[in-house]
Design a protein around this ligand. Structure first.
Ligand SMILES: *Cc1c(COP(=O)(O)O)cnc(C)c1O
Length: 465
């Protein structure tokens, strides 16, 4: 990497382009970590001051820099710093920022038409996306898809169809779950601060049961953990009242928790036997992230309904609910939709992204990234007992940081390591109910060199913290 230790006095002198808007992103951006100012530099500080004055403070920021371009495995800020991106805008830019296929498709669509509202006057790209999702999601049963804008909206609609189909009302979610920030999805989400605190009352008929969390549940097998959850459902809710069970096959915000083998299949089997719709929320774990199209594929399950978003459209806002035809068709005409749902720009971006996953070898690349991550992080763990656990699949991997003596979560250490990485130009994200997990979600277009350099910075941060 290039590193100018003393922050440049005149940041604009070090900035490649005079106007930030002139910096072109995409994979041809130099794939390097380059620090020409302290993080944040003067232009970013200026922007953050304006943000504080103009934007609601509930809208937080992980790293206080103003981004002007992104591509491959880097993000470039307004001061000319080039950061290694290990977050992909929370698992969104799997195909890379300003992916050329996406740019081309969206540009073409932009010049053609930008909006009709699909429920007013339809167009083919929406249907193309629906056909693709019906084909790519697990299971070869008849499926239907409906498109929306955000992950939370997809989850809300998955619950709507499950209730319409089963004519039951209760929904069960799991410990450590994250399903969004709207009223119903807040209720489904487990963590109070920051997601729920002060925002109640929450939607009724939402229940929570224990997860399989191999690092923290005393070695329960998948079958035992499933039996524990099912017993609680039967005693406290009753299958006859339960419309749906919703679960992230690998939890995202909750800490990248991979359940013990057999946990998810046992839940699916119970749902099927009890007329309960099994919803896999793959908003974070989907779209090649785990080294398969969907995490459900790796866990050997076929969900009744699957929600997708984040990695689906290369950064354009799109989400989907895909499920068994008879479940999806249970909602009456006009019951599903939304003004912007399945916007044509987002649809063509999704089709171009799917093409990129398929034709640019990105799903195989996710597995290679996973091998680098798991190998390097396990080596770190052997040398540093504060890394309690290394887990994840493909390019969705995390470390859980603990007090080695007690195993207690160490959120303060996690915060220090992340802050160190940010100051050194490596964008990592934290997560977990206890705030003690560092997660790695690089774009699948990152080079090994950048990935390894990013991990080395995190290792340095651990050493110094
Ligand atoms: C991010 C996320 C959501 C919410 O998606 P938004 O687009 O932010 O509404 C829902 N479920 C999971 C698993 C997520 O990771």
């Amino acid at each position: 990497m290039t590193l100018v230790d003393t922050p440049a006095k005149d940041a604009s002198a070090a900035t490649p382009a005079a106007s930030p808007a002139a910096v072109t992103g995409g994979p041809s951006l130099p794939q390097e970590r380059r620090l020409v100012t302290a993080i944040p530099g003067p232009r970013s500080q200026e922007l953050m001051a304006r943000k504080a004055a103009a934007v609601a403070s509930g809208v937080g920021t992980t790293i206080p820099v103003a981004i002007v371009a992104g591509g491959g495995g880097v993000l470039v800020d307004a001061d000319g710093n080039s950061l290694i991106d290990l977050g992909s805008g929370i698992a969104v830019t799997g195909v890379g920022n300003a992916n050329p296929r996406v740019v081309e498709a969206v540009t073409r669509q932009l010049n053609s038409f930008t909006h009709t509202c699909f429920t007013v006057a339809p167009y083919d790209s929406y249907i193309d996306v629906a056909e693709k999702l019906n084909e790519l999601t697990p299971g070869d049963h008849a499926k239907r898809t409906a498109l929306f804008n955000s992950g939370a909206e997809a989850v809300e609609n998955a619950v709507k169809v499950a209730r319409a189909y089963t004519k039951k009302q209760a929904v069960v979610a799991f410990d450590h779950a994250y399903h969004g920030r709207t009223n119903l999805t807040m209720g489904l989400t487990a963590k109070n601060i920051p997601y729920k605190n002060g925002f109640g009352p929450f939607a009724p008929e939402v229940y929570r049961v224990p997860l399989s969390y191999p690092y923290r549940d005393g070695g329960l097998s998948g079958a035992e953990a499933a039996a524990r959850a099912i017993l609680q459902i039967e005693k406290q809710i009753g299958a006859e009242n339960l419309a749906a069970m919703i679960i992230e096959p690998i939890q995202g915000e909750g800490g990248f928790i991979v359940p013990a083998a057999g946990f998810l299949p046992a839940l699916v089997e119970w749902c099927r036997a009890n007329d309960v719709v099994f919803i896999a929320d793959e908003v974070q774990s989907g779209f090649g992230r785990t080294g398969a199209w969907f995490a459900s594929d790796l866990e050997g399950i076929v969900p009744d309904v699957i929600t997708t978003a984040k990695g689906i459209a290369g950064g354009l806002p799109l989400s989907a609910v895909t499920g068994r035809a008879e479940i999806m068709d249970a909602a009456g005409a006009g019951g599903l939709g939304g003004t912007y749902a399945g916007n044509p720009l987002a649809c063509v971006a999704a089709l171009a992204s799917i093409e990129s996953y398929e034709q640019d070898g990105l799903i195989e690349r996710a597995r290679e990234i996973g091998a680098v991550l798991i190998g390097r992080l396990n080596a770190l763990r052997t040398a540093d007992a504060r890394i309690g656990d290394v887990r994840g699949r493909g390019a969705m991997v995390a470390i859980e940081l603990v007090d080695p003596a007690t195993g207690a979560p160490d959120a303060a250490l996690t915060g220090r390591v992340a802050a160190y990485a940010h100051a050194q130009g490596v964008l990592v994200l934290t997560c977990g109910t206890y705030g003690n997990v560092i997660r790695f979600l690089p774009p699948l277009t990152i080079t090994d060199d950048l990935l390894i350099e990013g991990l080395q910075v995190v290792a340095e941060g651990l050493k110094k913290a």
